[in-house]
Unconditional design. Structure first.
Length: 97
């Protein structure tokens, strides 16, 4: 998969250094993946959930942070839509972001 854009993750872990290892681990796994559907994503990340509108939420660092991505399985693309704390996540509409 191609992840757009790693810089979003990097900018976030510069603000929250304790998230760096978990985000890097997620990024490296996603980069190597060739997922064709949500079930294949779920095999790698058992706690992820589909939100609809091609969006998937990942719990990062024991659910301290939340990562929302939009995935095009056909094009093998992942767009970072949101990264934030659990409290910040509660303030957004995850299906529309």
């Amino acid at each position: 998969m191609r992840v757009v854009a790693k810089s979003t993750l990097r900018n976030y872990w510069e603000l929250y250094p304790d998230s760096e290892q978990a985000l890097l681990s997620w990024y490296k796994t996603a980069l190597r993946a060739k997922w064709e559907n949500f079930n294949e994503v779920k095999q790698h990340f058992g706690t992820c959930k589909i939100l609809g509108n091609d969006r998937i939420i990942f719990k990062i660092k024991g659910n301290k942070y939340r990562l929302i991505v939009k995935i095009s399985f056909v094009n093998q693309l992942i767009w970072i839509r949101f990264i934030g704390t659990h409290a910040e996540y509660d303030l957004i509409n995850a299906k529309l972001i």
